[in-house]
Ligand binder design. Structure first.
Ligand code: SF4
Length: 425
């Protein structure tokens, strides 16, 4: 039992209908008021009736009535307009300034104990989703209605990183270039790809934007993947071109050891993804900003289904030949770039410039895309909660990571339902 739970009971009017104040007067809650998350009373502008008199003002909740004194509210003018003190236990008589008794409601035994039982069960449960035992077929519908707000929360959280990059570079194109590059590393090599982009300023990429081979030499040389003594015609040519560019632009390459291949499918090896990133930059002429002008989801998906250069048709790594196989980015990977990079960028760009249509486009882009297939969405599905599109899969990820994992059940729209006994299986 905590104050947050008591506030929840008050806010959602879950108290029993027949209430009496500590003084024995009949109490009716006409409106619980607006919850205040800043300093001051917990609820503003509540309306209650005590006996025959209607009161409008603020409500303060505490676990014990003595907390009023402990928190020194008797000396704080912000609490002068409190019309009702709602407590779980009345362990001390509280008087207002004029020495009158503070109208007090004791919550203990005044709300259904089943709500508290279910709340305690969720708080103690160690399942992947703590309320999973209480979910029923309505859960998908609840999430579907909440999905736009949850997905917007997730995009908003991702915007923080984008704004930090903007602070650093003061250039939206440079920010998108770094983000896109990190996207080509997907989860495992996102950081090395970000560092690779940071090591080659966009202005240098632009100077070489019309020469695919020069771009390849820049990126492979900077990645450190060419090694000291490359073998084969193509790697040696890249090395020679890179040496020239390295001294021209005073570049410092990354260490080869930062790249990860363990447990990666060879198609995801950084060697292949770098070639596809270079294709991406070559295709947009090193102007990544043009991508946000493309409004058709299909066109964007097609754009990102990029093929690695010819050498990689017979290689997964430099110097090690393999059977012939075109290394083209598949639709699922292209979609991930849209979901994880373009949509957050659009949203952040729209937020910074206060352009709502851009934020809406980010949400619509997600809504028009298939939901991701990953561990989190599979787990939700096993509980009967399905993501119908990427907006909903992003919403489910947000719900799990930002609500369930922190037990924010009292702020969760599913929580409101599962604590209500009519929602039980
Ligand atoms: S945050 Fe919501 S979905 Fe997650 S465990 Fe709590 S009530 Fe359930």
């Amino acid at each position: 039992m905590n104050e947050q739970f008591l506030q929840y009971i008050w806010k959602y009017r879950l108290l029993n209908p027949d209430l009496l104040t500590v003084a024995g007067e009949r109490l009716t809650v006409l409106h619980p008021g607006i919850q205040n998350t800043d300093g001051g009373p917990d609820f503003f502008n509540a309306r209650i009736r005590i006996s025959e008199t209607v009161w409008a003002g603020n409500v303060e909740l505490h676990y014990r009535s003595s907390d009023w004194i402990r928190h020194r509210h008797q000396f704080d003018p912000a609490y002068e307009n409190v019309i009702l003190h709602v407590v779980y236990e009345n362990d001390q008589v509280i008087r207002q300034k004029q020495r009158e008794l503070m109208p007090t409601l004791v919550m203990k035994n005044n709300f259904p104990s089943s709500i508290e039982d279910r709340y305690n069960e969720i708080m103690q449960n160690r399942n992947w989703i703590p309320c999973s035992r209480l979910l029923n077929g309505n859960a998908s519908t609840v999430v579907r209605f909440w999905a736009p707000a949850l997905a917007a929360e997730r995009l908003n959280a991702k915007s923080s990183f984008i704004f930090r990059l903007l602070d650093e570079y003061s250039d939206w194109d440079e920010v998108l270039y770094i983000l896109l590059s990190s996207g080509f590393g997907f989860r495992i090599n996102a950081l090395p790809f970000e560092l690779l982009a940071r090591s080659i300023p966009l202005k240098i990429v632009r100077k070489n934007a019309d020469k695919l081979f020069s771009l390849e030499s820049l990126f492979y040389g900077q990645s450190g993947l060419l090694g000291m003594h490359p073998r084969g015609k193509y790697p040696c040519s890249l090395q020679a071109e890179y040496r020239h560019q390295q001294s021209k632009y005073a570049l410092k390459p990354l260490k080869q050891g930062i790249w990860k291949r363990l447990r990666l499918h060879p198609l995801n090896f950084p060697d292949i993804r770098i070639s596809q990133l270079v294709q991406c930059l070559f295709s947009c002429k090193a102007e990544p900003g043009i991508l946000i002008n493309i409004t058709e989801k299909d066109r964007l998906e097609r754009f990102f289904q990029l093929s690695a250069s010819e050498y990689w048709s017979t290689h997964y790594r430099f110097g090690k030949s393999s059977g012939k196989h075109e290394k083209k980015m598949g639709l699922p990977s292209a979609s991930l770039l849209l979901i994880n990079i373009l949509a957050p960028y659009l949203f952040a760009y729209g937020s910074a410039r206060d352009v709502s249509p851009l934020r809406m486009r980010a949400l619509e882009l997600l809504e028009n895309m298939e939901g991701e297939e990953n561990h989190e969405t599979r787990m939700w599905r096993s509980l009967g909660v399905r993501a119908g599109n990427a907006l909903e899969s992003q919403a489910l990820i947000q719900l799990k990571r930002n609500y369930c994992d922190h037990r924010r059940c009292l702020e969760c729209r599913l929580g409101i339902k599962v604590l209500d006994k009519t929602f039980l299986k």
